[in-house]
Design a protein around this ligand. Structure first.
Ligand SMILES: [Fe+2]
Ligand SMILES: [Fe+2]
Length: 314
């Protein structure tokens, strides 16, 4: 019996050792469309990125020796390279936010302690199952955002270039943690049970893990009662285009026995970004190519080039 039911996408995984040198001039205080609630919501997620990346790469490394499939092992090594670079670049971006007085360091320190405690106390299989669950969340979020570049319409072009580089690579390697875990856990009922149990635990534990840091950031920046900004956030996340609503819909198939991350085959949008990036080497130009893709395929009435960059702190 094949341990892994689909094997498309491995040839998509490609390490790009990019340095974006994000600083407080490119990352304004409210970098996401000059909007506090959107920025702090996204920042609460991004605060988890450097340690989340360390979790998934260390987990993959621990499972490598158990792998029976050389193709998965090769993809696992490439995946570790990609995540190491993501962690490095998001560390730099988070520092720029901290310079503006957004206390991401408090959240990062809590995540770091939680990661070290859990890594000490959980089995390698359970750590692998949790890594696959985290990666599913980042993959579905990336998949939705790749198709909706308009939600970053007033964000600094270099910053948006970096964010979309990360979304692209999360999509490229979306099956790797899943396949590494499934192969290392031996497939079958055992792997399925751990996969479902770890995703259920991650989902139940995950809500407070993001809501509490978000509330903490709103409180520390005195934005809790900025209701017009709250409306902007709810419009993007639950209205139009409804990012979190779409993420929620893509989340549940994970519990199906025959689920595989590449069931959502989004190579079309990935290739729109890659074609431009491979030609120009410019992540902002590649983001513009995604805007053109969205206009053509989603009818998005939006031109990023005409929008203003994020220069003003609110
Ligand atoms: Fe990543
Ligand atoms: Fe990832």
């Amino acid at each position: 019996m094949a341990l892994v039911n689909r094997k498309i996408g491995y040839d998509e995984v490609e390490t790009r050792d990019l340095r974006f040198n994000m600083d407080s001039s490119k990352v304004s205080k409210y970098w996401y469309n000059n909007d506090p609630w959107n920025t702090l919501f996204m920042s609460a997620i991004l605060a988890a990125v450097p340690d989340g990346e360390r979790w998934v790469m260390q987990s993959a490394r621990k499972q490598l020796e158990k792998l029976t499939d050389p193709a998965i092992r090769k993809a696992g090594i490439e995946f570790i390279h990609q995540e190491r670079i993501h962690a490095r670049e998001h560390d730099v971006m988070n520092k720029a936010c901290i310079e503006h007085g957004i206390p991401l360091d408090d959240i990062e320190n809590t995540f770091k302690k939680a990661r070290m405690f859990l890594q000490k106390n959980l089995s390698i299989s359970v750590q692998g199952g949790l890594a696959a669950a985290f990666e599913h969340f980042t993959a579905v979020m990336s998949s939705v955002l790749l198709e909706h570049p308009e939600v970053f319409k007033d964000t600094n072009p270099e910053l948006v270039g970096m964010l979309y580089w990360h979304f692209v690579e999360e999509s490229e390697h979306k099956s790797v943690s899943f396949d590494v875990f499934t192969d290392a856990a031996g497939g079958g009922n055992r792997a399925y049970f751990i996969r479902v149990a770890t995703m259920a635990s991650a989902a139940i534990g995950g809500a407070p893990v993001f809501v509490l840091p978000f509330a903490y950031l709103l409180y520390k920046t005195k934005q809790m009662t900025n209701f017009s900004s709250a409306k902007n956030l709810f419009e993007i996340q639950f209205g139009n285009p409804g990012v979190m609503k779409k993420v929620g819909k893509m989340f549940f198939p994970y519990f199906k026995r025959d689920f595989h991350p590449w069931d959502d085959d989004n190579r079309d949008v990935l290739h729109a970004w890659k074609e431009e990036y491979n030609k120009s080497g410019d992540t902002t130009a590649a983001f513009h190519a995604l805007c053109d893709w969205a206009a053509k395929n989603k009818g998005t009435d939006f031109s990023y080039q005409e929008s203003r960059p994020s220069i003003a702190a609110v």
